[in-house]
Design a protein around this ligand. Structure first.
Ligand code: BGC
Length: 350
């Protein structure tokens, strides 16, 4: 009897061990499939980030907020590497190759040239590394490729058409007669564009004007120049335009850095925004919100880097966790005038 009991015990142990072995093998297999680590181990995952240029005021805000969010979501600070692509496409491609070689688990890229994003997509897809583009949207054909190929590639950002429309609406809300300072029945405007290759520039330029045309305002373009998102370049362009044309009534800038440059030139020419000329930008940089409150700028549009960077970090983490991720993750702009400027200021100063 005793011997039978011992045999039964041994048999049970064998079955249990075999099953445990099987479970261990399954878990080992699962871990191998996941690259040897559980997807829940977020702290141990590596994130490689390329920013087109650290010098850009807006991207500097975005970058810091992105890093903070990644850490908040559990990624270890030591595993986040953020590099400056120095506005050079080749440098950025090399940086992506380097990240791939280092075995990052996810890439976040603010492309230098969104029209050449396919180069970066191909590298990431070939290496099997998910990729999140931010701020500069690749074109429609490129985005279609991600869907058709079921690539782990997404874009997180706003629709720049909305920011252009909001710029137009800020001017429209002042009323035609108030804006037509010289009373000639049409609005003379000067446009300062960012980078003509960038969809944000293209749409902001197009939609700010289209909004006023749709409101049946007669417009006259007295100049449309490229400021490359840059304050000093815009200052020079504005100074020249004011020298040549005394009748500019509205200045549209594709971003706030350039609006700050335009403001310097306007004030150096002894003109007052709100009395002699109107000026709008995009981004809602802290300094610009202050000027909107003081009346030194007509308005701006909040380019919500907080929501955008958080959504980008969360999208990257969802890829790591193998959760369902959309190819397009959109955010909203907010119109900023003296009425709500304080509220936006509180939001970004939090
Ligand atoms: C911002 C600009 C910035 C550009 C960089 C735009 O969304 O409005 O300020 O220079 O992104 O790509």
């Amino acid at each position: 009897m005793k011997r039978r009991l011992i045999s039964l015990f041994l048999l049970t142990m064998m079955v249990v061990c075999t099953q445990m072995g099987c479970a261990a093998a399954t878990s080992e297999k699962k871990n191998t499939e996941l690259g040897g680590e559980s997807e829940d181990n977020i702290a141990g995952k590596k994130v490689g980030v390329c920013i087109y240029q650290f010098l850009d005021n807006f991207m500097a805000l975005f970058k810091d907020e992105l890093e903070e969010r990644l850490v908040e979501q559990g990624v270890s600070e030591d595993n986040i590497e953020i590099v400056d692509s120095l506005n050079n496409q080749n440098t950025q491609v090399e940086q992506v190759r380097d990240f791939i070689q280092k075995g990052v688990d996810v890439l976040i890229v603010n492309p230098v040239n969104p029209a050449r994003a396919d180069e970066i997509t191909d590298l990431a897809v070939e290496a099997g590394i998910p990729l999140v583009y931010v701020n500069r949207e690749p074109d429609g054909d490129e985005e279609d490729r991600w869907v058709d190929g079921d690539y782990k590639v997404s874009y997180v950002g706003c629709d720049a058409r909305q920011s252009g429309t909001f710029q137009g609406e800020i001017i429209e809300s002042l009323g035609f007669d108030a804006v037509d300072l010289n009373g000639d029945g049409k609005i003379q405007y000067f446009m300062i564009e960012g980078d003509p290759e960038n969809i944000d520039s293209q749409y902001r330029t197009e939609y700010s004007i289209r909004t006023l045309q749709d409101a049946s305002w007669e417009l006259e373009c007295v100049g449309d120049e490229i400021g490359n998102w840059h304050q000093e370049t815009a200052r020079q362009l504005m100074a020249k335009a004011l020298e040549n044309d005394k009748d500019i009534e509205v200045v549209f800038c594709n971003n706030d850095a350039m609006a700050l440059g335009a403001l310097e030139a306007i004030e150096a020419d002894d003109r007052k925004v709100g009395e002699d000329i109107y000026l709008v930008g995009v981004d809602a940089l802290e300094e610009v919100i202050g000027y909107v409150l003081d009346g030194r700028m007509t308005g701006t549009v909040f380019n919500d880097y907080i929501s955008q960077s958080h959504a980008a970090a969360d999208t990257a983490i969802n890829y790591i966790k193998r959760e369902k991720v959309e190819h397009y993750v959109g955010c909203h702009y907010v119109k900023v005038t003296a009425k709500n400027a304080r509220e936006i200021l509180d939001k970004i100063k939090k």
